[in-house]
Design a protein around this ligand. Structure first.
Ligand SMILES: Cc1cn([C@H]2C[C@H](O)[C@@H](COP(=O)(O)OP(=O)(O)OP(=O)(O)O)O2)c(=O)[nH]c1=O
Length: 185
């Protein structure tokens, strides 16, 4: 059985749309970012912790987990805790190009496949009013970097480069390739 260790509606929908048969068991991991580590390592470590937590309770299954972070100039942007933090994040990201990194962990038997995928997003030059209007939609909450490119956040994004699904929270092509490899064993 394949388990997606996630609470994220986006991840669940992406995997469902890809036709994968799986069940959802969210992890109980409390996400803590270690500013001393590289963003890529933070994303991979958190993905591993989430997957491992569920794998330990379901050792016979194939467990997938992911973690998405936004990063600019060595700073890591997680999920904003309140409106003030969301404003500060969006203001800082305004008119700049940042990276979105999604770490993924796929655990099966003695296999531990942990990797990341990176895309780039450039925000429009946002006025304070635009930022406040966007925060008022509540969409920034629960999203790394305080926005969702797949939602209303599309209107604050100028351009992006790389894999779209990596920004939304799951590099689908990479994940499907690895699942197929494991199923072929
Ligand atoms: C940048 C960006 C992030 N996000 C979301 C994806 C993730 O759900 C979230 C980052 O938080 P995560 O900690 O990666 O995931 P989560 O807590 O939502 O879910 P779980 O740990 O249970 O799997 O940000 C978008 O939906 N769109 C975007 O454009």
């Amino acid at each position: 059985m394949i388990i997606l260790a996630s609470n994220s509606v986006r991840r669940i929908e992406l995997l469902k749309d890809a036709g994968v048969d799986f069940k959802v068991i969210p992890s109980n991991v409390v996400e803590v970012i270690d500013e001393k580590l590289k963003p890529e390592d933070n994303a991979m470590n958190l993905a591993f912790l989430k997957a491992n937590d569920v794998f330990n309770r379901n050792p016979g299954d194939l467990v997938i987990a992911a973690d998405t972070i936004v990063t600019l100039n060595n700073r890591i942007f997680g999920k904003p805790k309140d409106e003030e933090e969301a404003f500060e994040m969006l203001k800082t990201l305004s008119n700049k190009r940042h990276e979105v990194i999604t770490g993924v962990a796929i655990l099966y038997r003695d296999r531990k496949d942990v990797f990341y995928s990176k895309s780039t997003v450039k925000f429009k030059d946002l006025t304070d009013e635009q930022i406040n209007d966007y925060i008022a939609t509540k969409e920034p909450f629960g999203k790394a970097g305080a926005y969702a490119i797949q939602g209303i956040g599309k209107s604050i994004v100028d351009t992006f480069e790389g894999d779209f699904f990596t920004i939304v929270g799951l590099p689908l092509k990479d994940v499907l390739k690895r699942i197929k490899e494991i199923e072929a064993i």
